[in-house]
Design a protein around this ligand. Structure first.
Ligand SMILES: CC(C)(COP(=O)(O)OP(=O)(O)OC[C@H]1O[C@@H](n2cnc3c(N)ncnc32)[C@H](O)[C@@H]1OP(=O)(O)O)[C@@H](O)C(=O)NCCC(=O)NCCS
Length: 165
């Protein structure tokens, strides 16, 4: 095992998460995005990975609306980050899998991600599952994973924080 523990993020983690995001993404965009999502109360789930008290990973899911014949609450995965010194040790994978368990348990039915199909495909995300949605992000990097009965068409409305990226 990699000695990593995963738990829900608390407000006392925010400074360490900020440092982690800035170092993993080499910039402040994702840190700003996360701050805005929290401010707007659009966060659905936020988990951190710790190794001997050090913050080594972070994942966040925000509310994503699917509008269509019936409006539907889905989640968007972004961002996912592992501290550069700890990458390649399955910490990102553990964060994604653990988050999916939390989300399914909480009754969430659909998760959407914009990212590398090669990476997110291993968790069950598929472009095919997302290809029917109308979105400014439509394309092969837009992928979805359903945990239950969820729409395959409609328009994806991301949290407002994504609009200021
Ligand atoms: C992407 C990231 C979260 C992966 O975390 P990690 O803990 O290193 O990943 P894991 O150890 O669980 O998985 C490693 C595998 O993912 C692959 N991988 C990592 N980044 C990848 C990418 N951008 N595209 C495709 N595959 C990738 C590795 O090649 C490795 O493959 P293998 O298992 O076949 O050897 C991490 O590299 C990171 O924080 N990167 C910078 C921020 C980022 O790009 N985040 C994702 C976009 S929101």
């Amino acid at each position: 095992m990699n000695g990593v523990s995963i738990r829900t993020a608390v407000s006392g983690d925010h400074a360490s998460i900020s440092d982690l995001l800035r170092s993993a993404f080499q910039g402040s965009d994702e840190d700003d995005l996360v701050s805005r999502l929290r401010q707007d109360h659009d966060v659905v789930l936020e988990l951190v990975a710790l190794k001997q008290e050090a913050m080594v990973g972070h994942i966040l899911f925000s509310r994503l609306k699917v509008t269509g014949t019936r409006d539907f609450d889905a989640v968007a995965l972004a961002p996912l980050a592992v501290s550069p010194d700890y990458q390649g040790q399955a910490i990102g994978s553990e964060l994604v899998r653990s988050a999916h368990e939390h989300l399914a348990y909480a009754g969430e039915k659909l998760s959407v991600v914009l990212g590398e199909p090669e990476y997110y495909g291993r968790f069950g995300y598929e472009h095919r599952r997302a290809s029917g949605f109308a979105s400014q992000y439509q394309g092969e990097y837009l992928q979805a994973l359903a945990f239950g009965d969820a729409p395959s068409s409609g328009t994806l409305i991301y949290a407002a924080a994504f609009g200021v990226l």
